[in-house]
Design a protein around this ligand. Structure first.
Ligand SMILES: C[S@@+](CC[C@H](N)C(=O)[O-])C[C@H]1O[C@@H](n2cnc3c(N)ncnc32)[C@H](O)[C@@H]1O
Length: 431
């Protein structure tokens, strides 16, 4: 599969040496041609992603897969997440919190237990990275409210999508407002729930106040851009996305002629890598470092939940449309694109310099069973309508069954390293 995707060297013959990974020079497009009507989605009156990508490639050569992903998912005008609801039966994929309330409730119970075990420090911030439809945080808040903790906390959501952040505010808040661009405030939207919990929206985790925080990331790391690298003899080269010379409407994978800055960095950092093909996410590494620094300096607990592997997989980059796997280069922007999270690397990055201690990854099914999801199902069944019984049962089976989402999805928990002895005595629940 890897071989068929790459290496089309004829188009990439180097002409001179002035760039470290040079390509056949191409004439730069006239600026005027960028505003040509054919580049514009006539219905929406904005540039289509396909044209944005083609123009970028014409101007500076094939794109890294990371740049391709960034454009597709979060281009401010046309990115996949930026202007629509892509979740659920009618969307392209469904996530665990959307399958049933038990998921969010178990996460909340876990957080509450671990938070109380370390003395319930205040003030408490709940941070969620990439909240989607805000279903997880809604179920979470209901539990915290029941246990009378919600009065003492604030919620901080990191979300790039204007569409989703509006939808999240409508779902969670009794009232909300957007900030002026010139407000000078670190958040761009704020609101309050019916129960009086303040919620703030940010574009970057570093803008959130430095306080004790519970940090949640569910299906967040898998959308962060990856670089795809391939061993070539004694060095590493990078797989890039190029225009397909045989069809103006298509893109194709090519292998960089030489090492790239990222492949050189990778060779120096991982001289003992055994695989021939790897996917690395520099943005994930950076966010993992920020989580570790925050938890070490200001206290906190992290829970990272995603599909992934432990450093053994090679090629996981893919797309989903209407719940079906599809080609990530076909009709860019029409499908979700994603890659498995490398939990081994994530854990290594988090634990660098002993700032934090991480537990797991454990499989989602194992975690939910250890948290008592079966018992919660029984309780819900006692009180639900006849018509809901089947949904509740199949929902939990979907989350727990190893043949379904139970083993592909994994959980990693993060604590300040100073708590190591304490956590040896009172082990982390579910791990
Ligand atoms: C796959 S969805 C997961 C949504 C939700 N956590 C769930 O499990 O249902 C990814 C979420 O991350 C957001 N997102 C994607 N890239 C982001 C980035 N670089 N920074 C912040 N949010 C991002 C998307 O808009 C979306 O809300």
């Amino acid at each position: 599969m890897i071989i068929s995707r790459i290496r089309s060297v004829s188009f990439l013959r180097p002409i001179n040496n002035y760039r470290s990974y040079s390509y056949k020079p191409i004439s730069r497009p006239q600026i005027n041609s960028l505003v040509n009507k054919s580049y514009i989605d006539k219905k929406l009156n904005k540039f289509t992603l396909k044209e944005i990508l083609k123009t970028k490639i014409e101007m500076s050569g094939p794109l890294t897969v990371a740049s391709y992903m960034t454009e597709i998912l979060t281009n401010p005008e046309s990115g996949y997440y930026m202007s629509r609801d892509v979740f659920g039966q009618k969307g392209d994929f469904i996530t665990s919190p959307e399958i049933g309330q038990i998921f969010g409730e178990m996460i909340a119970i876990w957080c509450l237990t671990e938070y109380q075990k370390i003395g319930s420090p205040l003030p408490l911030q709940i941070i969620e990275l990439g909240p989607g439809r805000a279903t997880l945080i809604q179920d979470f808040l209901r539990v915290f409210d029941k246990f009378k903790v919600s009065k003492k906390l604030t919620i901080h959501l990191v979300e790039l999508s204007p569409y989703l952040s509006t939808m999240q505010a409508q779902k969670l808040c009794y009232s909300s407002s957007k900030m002026d661009q010139e407000s000078g405030l670190p958040y761009y939207q704020t609101g309050e729930t019916l129960g009086g919990v303040r919620i703030f929206w940010y574009r970057r985790i570093e803008d959130i106040p430095k306080e004790f925080s519970i940090i949640l990331a569910h299906e967040f790391f898998d959308v962060l851009p990856i670089h795809k690298l391939q061993r070539d003899g004694s060095c590493w080269k990078e797989i890039l996305v190029d225009k397909d010379p045989t069809d103006v409407n298509k893109f194709r994978y090519v292998l960089s002629r030489n090492e790239t800055p990222v492949s050189k960095l990778f060779s120096s950092m991982r001289p003992n890598e055994k695989r021939n093909h790897v996917e690395i996410s520099l943005q994930s590494d950076l966010i993992a470092q920020q989580i570790a620094e925050r938890i070490e300096s200001f206290g906190g607990i992290g829970l990272i939940m995603d599909y992934g592997h432990e450093g053994e997989k090679e090629d996981t980059f893919r797309a989903f449309k209407n719940h079906q796997l599809c080609d990530a280069l076909h009709e860019p922007g029409s499908a979700d694109i994603t890659a498995d999270v490398d939990f081994k690397n994530l854990k290594n990055i988090l634990q660098t310099d002993d700032k934090v201690i991480a537990f797991g990854p454990v499989e989602q099914g194992t975690f939910l069973k250890r948290m008592g999801a079966d018992v919660r199902l029984e309780k819900l069944l006692e009180n639900c309508e006849e018509s809901e019984i089947e949904n509740l049962k199949t929902g939990l089976d979907m989350l727990i069954n190893p043949q379904k989402m139970g083993s592909r999805f994994k959980f990693l928990s993060v604590f300040p390293h100073v708590l190591k002895d304490h956590l040896d005595k009172f082990p982390v629940m579910g791990f």
